[in-house]
Design a protein around this ligand. Sequence first.
Ligand code: ZN
Ligand code: FE
Length: 256
Amino acid sequence: MRALEIEVFSCRTDNYGVLVHDPETDLTATIDAPEEGPILEAAARRGWKITHIFTTHHHIDHVEANLALKEKFGCEIIGPVNEALAIPGLDKTMADGDEFHFGEHLVRVIETPGHTAGHICYHFPDDKILFAADTLFALGCGRLFERTAADMWHSLQKLSVLPDETAIYFGHEYTLSNARFAVTIDPDNERLKARAEQIEADRAQGKFTIPTMMGLEKETNPFLRAADPAIRRNLVMESKTNEEVFTEIRKRKDNF
Ligand code: ZN
Ligand code: FE
């Protein structure tokens, strides 16, 4: 099986667009459809035709180009069953644990409620790739619009059991602000400090921070580290539950 090819580009203000191409079957999926123009340009740049849209959640910055792309390419739109009515042009719904194939590549759906009630992530286990959209960012996690912090903590736990070598593609370039926040929560984490410095340098040059890796996130992303003794000590929350610690970290980020 030949490796998937991935094209990453920026759209809107801070969204990432991601195209996934299977060279064997010529299938091309766009992960969400944030903005028509940049998606068309990226596809043309690579000579790919959009055959699928993998929708993660209903927010406008993830579905705005659904109908335009469908009209142009006749592509199939797949999305979360729990947000089916809010997703334009949806053809096929997916729930937690559902599996399908993209060419010969296995795709597993992971429901991650928190940012929205029905948000799903697309995991390609054999390719070790996760499309996490607005659930898990480099050094961050999505804001809680439709579900509780406890729900989001549980969702992030489901992602964090994936192998360390999983490449994570996320929905927004928030990495610099996430890094500046993360060091306030986990100030003695040497790996985080080094990473934050690298991000400052990379973003000053406009470099993309996507993808990240699960192993790196587990070592440096405070939203995955509510159980870490140093973080708990820093927050003076040694006796609290992981959910409570996560809730406090999320609240602090909202006010950062
Ligand atoms: Zn969103
Ligand atoms: Fe978004």
